[in-house]
Design a protein around this ligand. Structure first.
Ligand SMILES: NC(=O)c1ccc[n+]([C@@H]2O[C@H](COP(=O)([O-])OP(=O)(O)OC[C@H]3O[C@@H](n4cnc5c(N)ncnc54)[C@H](O)[C@@H]3O)[C@@H](O)[C@H]2O)c1
Length: 248
């Protein structure tokens, strides 16, 4: 029960890695808010989690939604111990000069601006309590970029840089900030990265992962649980690869 008594908002918590973290956090004793655009999937997962999970329908790229999500969490729990900025989107693999401006804006709104908006609304609460934990879900794409995903890669590089800046600035306030850099994972987003989900394309991706498999929601739940638990109380500003050796 590493997260016993902790309260955690997990954005994009209804699917994929987010759902893996919701399951692990609840199993370790946390109260979790599944904050997602997809209310139906969020409610299905919350029902499975019983009294340990609540749902907020929120677009994390919208300041008013983030304000309401924060207010809902405070009303339910009184305080927020953990924030996981996990909601994220990509463009389909394409040459950088052919990605639409609309796709570019969408990616930077969800992958980057949302980190700023959640900081605006939640960091003041953490500073006031002189404790808190933020985890940003970036990507190996932000460390070792693949061709044809340039703007997604750049948004995740931004997240890693923001993580370190936030960590050093918030350390005196007792707030830790870390990131995870997952390699391609078995989630609904994988098909978008692959472009075409064929055995050949999967084999091509897998050949770049020394441990020889895709990452899983359980992998992300385990790593996130550690970084957000008191066991990691001396760890801040770390952008940890969960990548089977892909970035070596
Ligand atoms: N799957 C991978 O291969 C992979 C690899 C590296 C990093 N990541 C990152 O991990 C995170 C989770 O990805 P995933 O694979 O689980 O994706 P997913 O598509 O399975 O889940 C993403 C969730 O975020 C929600 N969401 C999307 N936009 C939102 C918004 N504006 N506001 C609130 N919720 C929103 C979706 O409804 C969905 O439930 C993302 O940040 C992604 O970039 C994924």
């Amino acid at each position: 029960m590493r997260l016993q008594g902790k309260t955690a908002i997990i954005t994009g918590g209804a699917s994929g890695f987010g759902a893996g973290m919701v399951r692990k956090f609840v199993a370790e004793g946390a109260q979790v808010m599944i904050a997602d655009l997809n209310t139906e999937m969020a409610q299905d997962l919350a029902q499975e989690m019983g009294a340990h999970a609540i749902v907020a329908t929120a677009n994390v790229a919208n300041s008013e939604h983030v304000r309401a999500m924060t207010a809902q969490a405070v009303a339910a729990w009184g305080h927020i111990d953990i924030l996981v900025n996990n909601a994220g989107v990509t463009h389909l693999p394409a040459p950088m000069d052919t990605v639409s401006e609309e796709d570019f804006d969408r990616i930077f709104a969800v992958n980057c601006k949302a980190v700023y908006l959640t900081a605006q609304h939640i960091v003041p609460l953490m500073k006031a309590r002189r404790t808190g934990n933020i985890l940003n879900i970036a990507s190996t794409a932000g460390v070792s970029p693949r061709p044809n995903l340039s703007w997604y890669n750049a948004s995740k590089g931004w997240m890693n840089n923001a993580t370190k800046g936030m960590a050093v600035e918030l350390a005196p306030a007792g707030v830790r900030v870390n990131a995870l850099n997952p390699v391609a994972g078995e989630t609904p987003l994988l098909a978008s990265f692959l472009g075409e989900d064929t055995p050949e394309m999967r084999a091509k991706f897998l050949s770049t992962i020394p441990l020889g498999r895709f990452s899983t929601p359980e992998d992300m739940g385990n790593a996130a649980c550690y970084l957000c638990s008191d066991e990691a109380s001396m760890i801040t500003g770390v952008c940890m690869e969960v990548d089977g050796g892909r970035c070596i």
